[in-house]
Design a protein around this ligand. Structure first.
Ligand SMILES: [Cu+2]
Length: 589
């Protein structure tokens, strides 16, 4: 049993901020966004923090675009300070009283990482969820130094959705985003207007959820210093303070009516399972999900009964009904997902007792809602939302090319583990090296590893306008949110697996494993209704194979797919792919 921790900051003290809106139409689609060092106050009772931010703010401005109206953004790198984050690995995973060091502020005996302290502001911006030519996708190695501008063109030829833009620098994305380099981007279209959905303030409210930690001064008081702390056993940072739109545990005043919340998990690593509570009881029925990563679902979905799961980079478009609540009513949104997240269920009814320092969830609060006077209205939610996509029919993709990707964690002596994605190809009869076997319904396929690290040769060359099936197989103990750049995809299946890896089976560039697809196990492996939409990030739980239907339609070029746990993507859980027009394929060497 872990001890309960007293929160060193008062929850629900700060009003929920709404990021500044940058409506592209008001500037003829020509935007200019400085990337600057600045100061930001994360909580009423904290000193100001040094940050890096788009527009010098945390979060950056919310860019609002219209489908079919291209935007040019000149990203002006004006960073003139070193990384405003102290990066450290504490020498022990827990303190003297057994509390994980990641649950408490300060460095916990760690020394500041000098390489991180020397980072001087090279940057590149990626629009997550954007259908964007490769030249403007923010390739992680194409960096802009302080003083250099990047004029990126965004066609906006895509359906309405909540996207986000963030730093994507090779190897250090986790520090740039943590320093504050993230902002929301909303695309609007006619279909959403036909449905009469709330658009703009006050009834459409974006919620960018992140977690942060801070330093301590000599007398044990919180400073505003941003601290990215890991420990010898956990390579991801799971900071204790939940920040929404830049404030720790804020509170929003709401009228007794329907609100539209555009929610993004912008945390480095933490998965949230959100439950709305009133008087200690879950009120999930107040929330209906109408959209996911790439916009509207075909039909409204109730939240999963345990709560709304959002791994890093996943989005949810929610309608929340506060009608029928008297002025003065208070609700809280809490997180019940322990970290690192591995898919373990947690009943919503137990949410009031979700605090679990041992699971790196010392303070489950996310934010509060306080109902104020206002006209009581209740919005009816249309039964049909999106009409512009269909779910792939079972069997329709039976002959589509398949690509197999295995997620593995390689333990190293004296340094943190490496998480990698192994791209497999069918092993020829003459192949004598290590193999991965995959057995499904009695049929066994032998694979060999074709690529293991980001800089290995590209093996994925998807042809434009052709369906593919990607199989993601998780042989690690944690859930990984896998993000594919460019077009959205749809989930086809999520099934349990059983696997064996012999001693030393995970080598630098080879893998030996025997994987068997199981008809069932006791973990569920269900696809939630809210995952049956157009996704760009999908959770792959431990001992699970997820199949997704992928089809690239727009641009040829070099893109990437990766785990969106930033500590994983930075440490090699990322791979390139190159989309090609069909007629060029015969000329590829
Ligand atoms: Cu991962």
């Amino acid at each position: 049993m872990s001890p309960t921790l007293a929160a060193p900051l008062t929850p629900f003290a700060d009003a929920l901020p709404v990021p500044q809106r940058l409506v592209a139409a008001r500037q003829d689609g020509e935007l200019s966004v400085p990337i600057r060092a600045g100061m930001h106050r994360f909580h009423r009772d904290l000193p100001e923090s040094a940050i890096w931010g788009y527009g010098g703010t945390v979060p950056g401005p919310t860019i609002e675009a219209e489908r079919g109206h291209p935007i040019t953004v000149v990203w002006r790198n004006e960073l003139d300070s070193a990384l405003p984050v102290v990066v450290t690995t504490a020498p022990a995973a827990a303190d003297a009283s057994g509390v994980p060091v990641q649950c408490v502020p300060g460095l916990s005996g760690g020394t500041p990482d000098q390489n991180a302290a020397a980072l001087a502001g090279h940057t590149v911006v990626h629009l997550h969820g954007g259908l964007v030519p490769a030249a403007y996708d923010g390739w992680a190695e194409n960096l802009f130094a302080p003083g250099q501008d990047a004029a990126f063109c965004y066609p906006m030829a895509q359906r309405a959705a909540l996207l986000w833009y963030h730093d994507h620098v090779m190897g250090v994305t986790r520090f740039g985003v943590y320093a504050g380099l993230a902002g929301l981007w909303i695309i609007r279209d006619q279909r959403e207007r036909e449905l009469g959905l709330p658009e703009g303030p006050p009834f459409e409210v974006p919620l960018l959820i992140q977690d942060r930690n801070f330093g301590l001064d000599g007398s044990g008081r919180l400073t505003g210093q941003l601290v990215h702390k890991t420990d010898p056993e956990v390579m991801e940072a799971f900071p204790p303070f939940t920040v929404v739109n830049g404030k720790v545990w804020p509170v929003a005043e709401v009228q007794p009516t329907t609100y539209r919340f555009r929610v993004l998990n912008g945390s480095n690593a933490r998965t949230y399972r959100l439950v709305l509570l009133r008087d200690g009881a879950p009120e999930l029925h107040r929330i209906t999900q109408i959209g996911t990563d790439h916009g509207l679902l075909r039909a409204p979905a109730s939240l999963p009964q345990d709560g709304l799961l959002l791994a890093s980079a996943e989005r949810a478009d929610l309608l929340a009904d506060f009608s029928g609540l008297a002025p003065g009513s208070e609700l809280t949104l809490v997180n019940t997902a322990a970290a690192p997240f591995d898919g373990t269920p947690f009943p919503a009814a137990s949410a009031p007792g979700a605090a679990d320092p041992g699971g790196m969830l010392p303070y489950p609060h996310v934010m509060g809602f306080r109902v104020v006077e206002g006209p009581v209205t209740r919005r009816t939610i249309p039964g049909a939302l999106a009409t512009d996509y269909r779910s792939p029919a079972p069997g329709a993709l039976a002959s589509a090319p398949r690509r197999t990707i295995v997620l593995v964690e390689r333990e190293l002596d004296g340094e943190p583990n490496m998480l990698t994605m192994r791209e497999l190809v069918i092993a020829g009869d003459d192949h004598t090296g290590p193999v991965v076997t995959v057995t499904d319904d009695g049929q066994t396929t032998r694979y060999r590893t074709a690529a293991a690290h980001f800089e290995d040769a590209t093996t994925f060359f998807p042809v434009l306008d052709r369906d593919e099936v990607w199989q993601l197989i998780n042989l690690t103990g944690d859930t990984h949110p896998i993000h594919v750049h460019l077009d959205p995809f749809q989930i086809l299946s999520r099934r349990p697996i059983r696997y064996q890896i012999p001693d030393h089976g995970i080598e630098d560039r080879a893998l030996t494993a025997a994987i068997t697809l199981e008809p069932d196990d006791d973990l569920g492996h269900t696809i939630d209704d809210n995952e049956r939409g157009l996704k760009d990030t999908i959770r792959v739980n431990p001992s699970e194979i997820v199949e997704i239907a992928v089809r690239f339609t727009t641009y040829s070029g070099r893109y990437m797919y990766h785990c969106h746990i930033l500590e994983h993507e930075d440490r090699d859980m990322m791979r390139p792919f190159v989309t090609m027009p069909a007629e060029l394929m015969p000329f590829m060497a």
